[in-house]
Design a protein around this ligand. Structure first.
Ligand code: ZN
Length: 295
């Protein structure tokens, strides 16, 4: 089951709802479906339980039966077929049916408590959320006429969605895991919030370990590259007969490097008697590199 379906199933199972909030939830579900007008009213969804909920709401408000079909690929479509039924549903939410575009009728979400139920309905109709294992993303796919209204709903709930135009609709989305958790909590998906938080914590631990390992690998690569340059320089000195003429201090360091290409400068310094600091070793190594360069 997709993470979207899991959350939608959880949201559909919230039953302890006040009458005012129940109306707001039905309104969110109907309004944010694929279409909502006197001419056309239907919902497309991959989630059969959501389709069934839409069907029940439409039947309850229009006092007549509504058809639900399911394609072979599992997509459900619920269509309110008769104009008389569509008119009844529009009137139930305070519309005449002659409105030019789909907008929110704020009278249906009059109380503060209703806002979360309304968002829940909207998410059921047009929302999707990605599995947090993959990436943090939740979105509402809405028509142009509703996008500013929905932004306002988020604003009233102290959330600020980002938006992007995709084909003929607008996507309102959140990418920040904390914001997504706030939204899920707000809609009442408490079990999924716990699961989401768990995945997030494990991911953060894993990312920290990876970051540390990458850092150590990069560090090791850097040491190794520098060491190879030094070995090349020392071998060049040898080939051109300059090695035997080096002063004893330089010769000692050069030999240590040839024998231990994987040692850091600090470790080479520790091998010397008396020991030499990293910068001291670096200084001598630099002298060797310069001598090889000049040849
Ligand atoms: Zn309410």
């Amino acid at each position: 089951m997709s993470f979207s379906s899991q959350i939608k199933d959880e949201l559909l199972n919230i039953t302890d709802i006040k009458p005012c909030c129940s109306l707001a939830e039905m309104y969110g579900l109907m309004l944010f479906a694929k279409t909502f007008s006197k001419r056309e009213m239907y919902l497309n969804t991959e989630n059969e339980a959501v389709a069934d909920k839409y069907r029940q709401v439409a039947e309850r408000l229009s006092l007549d039966s509504v058809e639900m079909t399911k394609s072979q690929s599992g997509k459900c479509k619920v269509v309110v077929n008769s104009e008389k039924q569509r008119q009844k549903i529009l009137e139930a939410f305070g519309f005449t049916g002659n409105e030019r575009s789909r907008r929110i009728n704020w009278a249906n979400i009059a109380n503060e408590c209703c806002l979360s139920a309304f968002l829940r309905g909207a998410f059921l109709a047009c929302g999707t959320i990605n599995d947090p294992e993959k990436n943090y993303h939740i979105e509402f796919n809405v028509p142009y006429s509703l996008h500013s209204d929905l932004l306002r709903v988020f604003g009233e709930a102290d959330m600020s969605a980002k938006e992007i135009k995709r084909n003929n609709s607008y996507i309102l989305y959140f990418k920040d895991s904390e914001e997504i958790l706030d939204l899920l909590t707000y809609m009442g998906a408490n079990d999924s919030v716990l699961e989401y938080t768990g995945v997030k914590i494990i991911k953060e631990i894993r990312n920290n370990v990876n970051r540390k390992m990458n850092f150590e690998n990069a560090n090791f690569d850097r040491i190794f590259e520098a060491s190879m340059r030094q070995v090349d320089a020392i071998e060049k000195l040898k080939k051109l007969g300059r090695f035997s003429r080096l002063n004893p201090q330089l010769k000692e360091i050069a030999q240590l490097r040839l024998d231990n290409p994987d040692m850091s400068l600090k470790q080479i310094g520790e091998q010397l008697k008396p020991p030499l600091s990293r910068s001291g070793v670096n200084h001598r190594m630099q002298t060797l590199l310069n001598m090889a360069d000049e040849l």
